[in-house]
Design a protein around this ligand. Structure first.
Ligand code: NAP
Ligand code: HSE
Length: 423
């Protein structure tokens, strides 16, 4: 039987991980042959099987009539889009690890793949090695999904774990995540929540059958958290995790958010450590199911890329189905600001008489009741401010935001506000 011929666009952290697995995995060796790779810099040494073509011209690998499937592991959007679009136009199957590309150009690319009758595999684009795309697309396809929430970024989970368990600094933990190959080529995508929001777009489109543009998802990252937030959350019995959450609302719409959240230590997502990811799905027939595993790094990502390639080689790759959520635009976003939730608030305030009374008064005027108040005994910062850490009883986010805007007029409203999720 002739082998399926693969062209690999990108031989960085992820591309090199896949090239290694293609050489070492016996099942892959039986059905797949890596013919060519696309890179930017031809002078870099590359560890590749003898005879592999290395090119810096996309057309050379994409237009090669012998190539059956193109793997995109370039990153970014523009060049990746050009490669994927021309491969699909040439009638080749495509496999990609690129969530930015799918979040931005998914509707166009899936429509093109459908028109050409080829597959577009993207298991590696969300949670690296966890087969969550297959689960939503195949195992749960007859289920009505009520919510999908999870830790979908390995870099930020690694940073938060190291800060909480080893008292590492944010900067040291981020550097380690980069060294281990978890971070994006531009790590600001990880820490700002953008990477998780792109993954939320993909998961939500599969779970709810509509495309949710990433720029409509309320997104906040972890870069404004400090070690005090991490240790204070621990002291209160919680762990801070960056959570991507999409829920059907009572009006039948969908509310999507990416934000750091305080989870009680007994919550199933609270014990997910380091670069591991986990996704909790609630569906009508099955109830809660939890999927967890390594969510970042070259090895787990290569496993998912290889699974998509094996599907192509063995004629099992799913074509783009009519109900693919990327093909259907969603206009009905709902941002539910009336739901009752508890909050953790870290303000910076002047250490002066009456400040605490003013803060409590402004919150009370919006019906926000305090559950706890802590002003640690620390020296004031360069601006003469000290931390004031509050937790609230259940309150509406909209009313809390109004109170914070009022405090903002005093110059004190700036700070960290996190949802506290009880089990
Ligand atoms: P990377 O290390 O920066 O590697 C990018 C590769 O693409 C390099 O080989 C580079 O060539 C090549 N390249 C980039 N632009 C090019 C262009 N215009 N023409 C030709 N070659 C070009 O990136 P990465 O960390 O491997 O990430 C790749 C993708 O995997 C991203 O979409 C990322 O989001 C995704 N991903 C990453 C993880 C993870 O755990 N890190 C997990 C899942 C998915 P040179 O080698 O010559 O520079
Ligand atoms: N940078 C990403 C993360 C890679 O840390 O989760 C996996 O998509």
């Amino acid at each position: 039987m002739s082998k399926t011929v693969v062209a690999l666009a990108g031989l960085g952290t992820i591309g090199a991980g896949l090239a290694k697995l293609l050489c070492e995995n016996p099942a892959a060796g039986k059905v797949l042959r890596l013919k060519s790779v696309l890179v930017r810099d031809l002078s870099k040494p590359r560890a590749l099987p003898h005879g592999t073509i290395v090119s810096n011209k996309a057309s050379e690998i994409v237009e090669d009539p012998e190539v059956d499937v193109v793997v995109e592991a370039l990153g970014g959007v523009e060049s990746a889009f050009a490669v994927v679009e021309s491969a699909l136009k040439a009638g080749k199957h495509v496999v990609t690890a690129n969530k930015n590309l799918l979040a931005e150009k998914g509707p166009e690319l899936f429509a093109l793949a459908r028109q050409k009758g080829v597959s577009l595999g993207f298991e590696a684009s969300v949670c690296a090695g966890i087969p969550i795309i297959r689960t939503l697309r195949e195992a749960l396809r007859a289920e009505t999904i009520l919510s999908v929430e999870g830790i979908v970024n390995g870099t930020t989970n690694y940073i938060l774990t190291r800060m909480s368990e080893n008292a590492s600094s944010y900067t040291d933990a981020l550097r380690e995540a980069q060294e281990k190959g978890y971070a994006e080529p531009d790590p600001s995508y990880d820490v700002s929540g953008k990477d998780a929001a792109c993954k939320a777009t993909i998961l939500t489109s599969l779970a709810f059958g509509h495309f949710f543009p990433t720029d409509r998802i309320r997104t906040s990252g972890i870069s404004n958290l400090d070690s005090q937030d991490v240790s204070q959350a621990e002291a209160m019995g919680y762990r801070i995790k960056l959570i991507a959450a999409a829920r059907r609302t009572k009006n039948g719409q969908v509310d999507v958010e990416v934000a750091p959240v305080l989870l009680p230590k007994e919550h199933p997502l609270a014990s997910v450590r380091l670069e591991y990811n986990a996704v909790l799905v609630d569906s009508t027939g099955l109830g809660l199911t939890l999927y967890s595993g390594k969510g970042a790094g070259p090895a787990p990502t290569a496993v998912s890329l290889l699974a998509d390639l094996m599907d192509v080689a063995q004629g099992r790759a799913l074509l783009v189905e009519e109900e693919n959520g990327f093909l259907h635009r969603q206009e009905n976003f709902e941002c539910d600001r009336t739901q009752l939730e508890r909050f953790y608030i870290h303000l910076s305030v002047p250490d002066l008489p009456g400040v605490l009374a003013k803060v409590a008064g402004v919150l009370a005027a919006q019906g926000v009741s305090l559950a706890s108040v802590l002003q640690p005994e620390v020296k004031s910062d360069a601006e003469g401010l000290v931390p004031l850490i509050l937790t609230t009883h259940q309150a509406q986010r909209g009313r809390l935001d109004a109170a914070l805007a009022e405090l903002g007029k005093e110059g004190w409203g700036k700070g960290v506000v996190l949802r506290i999720q009880d089990v």
